[in-house]
Design a protein around this ligand. Structure first.
Ligand code: XMP
Length: 501
């Protein structure tokens, strides 16, 4: 696992390579990739496996941004199911963020370890609300609230759909334990499946000898796991999820609660990651959570990356100002063109620590360029935020009937206002006094993020094939030491020919 790693820290004193001058001032639209002789017969067999941190790998090297218009529970679940990962944003109370982490962890896996329960004297009204709130299809019923003593199960089917029963107790409608099929904790998945099929049931509660609830196996989760062998999972088969924290105030408490809820990786995300604030935050974090995978950013220079490497972080997030909702470059002149930043960082740290390219991706080809110039994974914000899975509603323009969703920078006045209004209304005025470096915009609604990820996966595989390799890992191995042998700098005319459509 992570932790301050003397070897990693020492590597920063190794000679870094010099940034190739051709990358200075360059970004995604400045290069094309020179096609190589192809070796794959079907693109489906191309592996895109890549490192998120030193010890966590993803089958799809895509990370959804920790923004309140991008990653909530639904996005994080879908990202992990599709082989990427979502980082839950921190513009919410610690309790709400930890609850979101728990919901992602609980949503999949062969065994739901701490299934949600209601006591037998709960009302049907309570059960209905519970099911809606937690988006589950059945509830385990316990003898007494919090005692985890199984009394029965109440499924959606058991709940009267007509009026008049709201005040009645769930015990009247549940299947009692005597009639339930149950199993012991630790039952192998195959046996659980067999048992569920024999009895034609979709949920199998796991209990100990004294009927205490130990878990729940669901048919849906088993099937989903089989359909998506590429999903990002932990050792227990639960979806991977990350949590963003700040660098000040209650950030350690936030980290603690999110880790307790099951977060697999923590992201300390601040606008200027090459700073004393970051140093103090990482030192404090490490003294409490030495072994937790820690991603830090953002930086955009070799010096910033070496600074984070020396602090012993497990991945470096790179991007100063390329984000679509971001105004930092416009307002402060601070920033590094994103491809230069990625290359500069890779030249400084090499493969000693994975790099996350954060922001500025507008087309799928940008993702490939990021990956072959230095990044191991790519964080997306606006590209994913017009989807069903992102937080927020679809709005329809009454004039054009176009459907849109809101995307906004996390330092936009709207995002700052909402985060503070919920948490500490007395700080709203002070928060809004800091001039914004982010903006809000409407972007076209695009349906499910699953379709976008499917497209990205296909285009990345295609790009690997054009690069003459069978896996992303092999392309990176070939290209990273000499990218200029593979990249063609574009003239204005070539750019028009390539991109004007
Ligand atoms: P894309 O281009 O994928 O970028 O939409 C997502 C990234 O943008 C960053 N971000 C901001 N940067 N001010 C900034 O300077 C902001 O208000 C802001 N909000 C988000 C962030 O790194 C995100 O992942």
């Amino acid at each position: 696992m992570g932790g301050p790693n003397p070897q990693k820290a020492a590597s920063s004193s190794q000679a870094s390579r010099a940034l190739e001058k051709e990358f200075v001032g360059r970004t995604y639209d400045d290069f094309l990739f020179r096609p190589q002789a192809g070796h794959v017969s079907t693109r489906r067999e191309v592996s895109l496996r890549s490192k998120l941190t030193q010890h966590l790998e993803l089958e799809l090297p895509i990370v959804s941004a920790n923004m309140d218009s991008v990653t909530g529970v639904a996005m994080a679940q879908t990202m992990a199911l599709e082989g990427g990962i979502g980082i839950l944003h921190r513009a919410q109370s610690i309790e709400a963020q930890a609850d979101a982490v728990a919901r992602v962890k609980r949503s999949q896996g062969y065994v739901v370890e701490e299934p949600l329960c209601l006591p037998r004297d709960a009302t049907i009204r309570e059960a209905r609300e519970f099911i809606r709130k937690h988006r589950i299809t059945g509830i385990l019923i316990e003898e007494r609230r919090g005692k985890r003593q199984l009394a029965g199960m109440l499924s959606n089917r058991d709940i009267p759909w007509f009026e008049g029963h709201d005040s009645e107790k769930v015990e009247r409608f549940m299947t009692p334990i005597e009639r339930l099929v149950t199993a012991a904790q630790g039952i192998p998945v195959e046996n659980a499946e067999q048992l569920m099929f024999e009895h034609r049931i979709e949920k199998l509660p796991l209990i100990d000898a004294s009927s205490r609830i130990q878990g729940l196996v669901t048919k849906k989760d088993i099937i989903l796991a089989r359909q998506r062998p590429y999903s990002s999972k932990d050792a227990k088969g639960r979806l991977l999820v990350g949590a963003a924290i700040g660098a000040r105030g209650d950030f350690l408490e936030r980290a603690g609660e999110c880790l307790q809820a099951g977060a697999d990786v923590v992201v300390i995300d601040i606008a200027h990651g090459h700073s004393v604030v970051m140093r103090e935050a990482v030192e404090a974090f490490r003294s409490r959570f030495a072994a937790v995978p820690l991603v830090c950013g953002n930086v955009g220079t070799a010096e910033g990356a070496l600074f984070l490497l020396d602090l012993g972080v497990d991945a470096i997030k790179v991007g100063i100002g390329p984000g679509r909702g971001c105004r930092t470059r416009l307002e402060t002149a601070a920033g590094v063109p994103q491809l230069q930043a990625l290359r500069e960082v890779w030249c400084a740290v090499g493969e000693s620590v994975p790099v996350i390219a954060d922001g500025g991706v507008r087309n799928d080809k940008d993702i490939f360029l990021a990956l072959v110039c230095g990044a191991s994974t790519v964080m997306l914000g606006s590209m994913l935020s017009g989807t069903d899975e992102s937080p927020g509603r679809v709005i329809e323009d009454p004039g054009t009937r176009e459907k849109r969703k809101i995307y906004r920078g996390m330092t936009s006045p709207q995002a700052v206002f909402e985060a503070l209004y919920d948490e500490s209304p007395e700080d709203v005025d002070a928060g809004l006094e800091t001039p914004a470096e982010g903006q809000e915009m409407q972007i076209p609604y695009q349906g499910s993020v699953v379709d976008i990820l499917h497209r990205v996966r296909g285009h990345l595989r295609s790009a690997v094939s054009y690069a003459g390799e069978v896996s992303l890992a092999r392309v990176r191995e070939q290209v990273l030491p000499h990218p200029l042998q593979y990249l063609i700098p574009l003239s204005e005319a070539a750019r028009r020919e390539s991109y004007d459509r």
